[in-house]
Ligand binder design. Structure first.
Ligand code: NAP
Length: 289
């Protein structure tokens, strides 16, 4: 039997096993998807085990997305650019690292808004506000930079934000503004802002009553609000934005798209998105219960 693993710590609450098992079943593949709790000191051995003949690859999640880079034989252009791997694919004896988060985010953004908001406004200078400077913010920032957005990074750690900004600008000729995490930054970043992306865990269950958006601050008119958090499936930030008349989405669609791309890399088959989506919805319902 072919096997695919999820390497992370912790992994018990991950929705990926449900989504990928549904995908394998729908595609008629007798494959097994296994969530494996791998602590930081165990990663090298876990990657080595993927070299056994029955393994097709793995997903890699917190805290290993960057630590895994030197353990692989090759990186795809996406993984090399973002400098993080969330999917490992075995090609012959070679383990190849990919990053499907950036493409998954962009694909879902396009799906949510049709094309205009997957790229900057044609009317002139506009920017995306990205909240956070961790792993997910990295994928989002590179994804947006690839399609020409300028970025306003609002983050607690200015060190992380500066490192991310520099890495993006080494590859893409876009403007990047770094702002500290305070109300004045949010206020100034609202000027000509078409897109707001929350890439922090604020608002994630069980902290569903929190929002990264400063209390009482009006949203920039017409902006699209994208919250990477997907549990709960409608976050407080998404509700606030919709109440203010804006279009908004939580991160379930990105989770689906990054998983669908990973499935296609492992199997070289078209991903059964409808079944993967249904499995995610069912798993989300269980995680709410
Ligand atoms: P991470 O690497 O730990 O980064 C988290 C970022 O959020 C860091 O910049 C952190 O700042 C910041 N942050 C955390 N709490 C904060 C607070 N109270 N105020 C201000 N900033 C705060 O985590 P990640 O992998 O980027 O994940 C972030 C979120 O995205 C999670 O909720 C995750 O589930 C979600 N996500 C969703 C998808 C999807 O497919 N939808 C994919 C990936 C991730 P410091 O550095 O100062 O701590």
């Amino acid at each position: 039997m072919n096997r695919v693993g999820l390497l992370g710590y912790p992994v018990a609450h991950s929705l990926s096993p449900a989504m990928h098992r549904a995908a394998f079943a729908a595609a008629g593949l007798d494959w097994r998807y296994q969530a494996l709790e791998i602590r930081p000191g165990e990663l090298e051995a876990a990657i080595d085990r993927l070299r056994a003949p029955d393994w097709r690859g793995a997903n890699v999640t917190i805290p290993h997305k960057q630590a895994v880079l030197p353990l692989l034989d090759e990186l795809s252009p996406s993984a090399a650019e973002v400098a993080a791997v969330n999917t490992v694919v075995k090609r012959g004896q070679q383990l190849v690292g990919h990053n499907t988060d950036a493409a998954g985010f962009l694909l879902d953004l396009q799906r949510q808004r049709a094309l205009p908001h997957a790229s900057p406004s044609p009317q002139g200078p506009s920017a995306a506000m990205v909240l956070g400077a961790g792993g997910a913010a990295r994928a989002v920032a590179f994804g947006l930079a690839q399609v020409g957005w300028s970025l306003r990074l609002i983050a607690r750690s200015q060190l992380h934000a500066a490192a991310l900004g520099e890495a993006v600008q080494r590859r893409h000729p876009i403007e990047v503004e770094l702002l500290p995490w305070d109300r004045a930054s949010f206020e100034s970043a609202c000027d000509r802002c078409d897109l707001i992306v929350n890439a922090t865990p604020i608002g994630m269950s069980p902290d569903g009553r929190s929002s990264p958006w400063p209390a009482g601050l009006p949203f920039p008119p017409g902006a699209f609000v994208y919250d990477l958090v997907y549990v709960p499936s409608e976050t407080r930030l998404v509700r606030q934005a919709r109440r203010a008349g804006l279009e908004a989405a939580a991160g379930g669609g990105m989770l689906l798209e990054q998983g669908a791309i990973a499935f296609e890399l492992w199997s070289e088959l078209r991903a059964p998105r409808a079944q993967m989506h249904a499995a995610l919805e069912a798993a989300l319902e269980v995680s709410h219960a």
